[in-house]
Write a protein that binds this ligand. Structure first.
Ligand SMILES: [Zn+2]
Length: 70
């Protein structure tokens, strides 16, 4: 492994670290269930995207599993 030729000054090190901060994630509200959703993604709770149900929601799946058990 190579070793850096010169020591980085504290100022240069801090300048480099100015880009390391994590960006705040942008969240939208689901129009159907009002839960927080990532933009351009289907709602994880009710499974809707652009007003249509794209994914079968978890609550329906759990109900089906409960029916199988009984
Ligand atoms: Zn939703």
């Amino acid at each position: 492994m190579s070793v850096p030729a010169k020591r980085k000054s504290s100022s240069r090190a801090r300048k480099g670290r100015s880009h390391l901060a994590l960006k705040k994630i942008n969240l939208n509200r689901c129009p159907k269930c009002a839960k927080t959703v990532l933009p351009h993604r289907a709602c994880g709770f009710c499974g809707t995207y652009k007003g249509k149900e794209v994914i079968k929601s978890k609550s329906i799946k759990t109900k089906k599993q409960e029916n199988k058990k009984t």
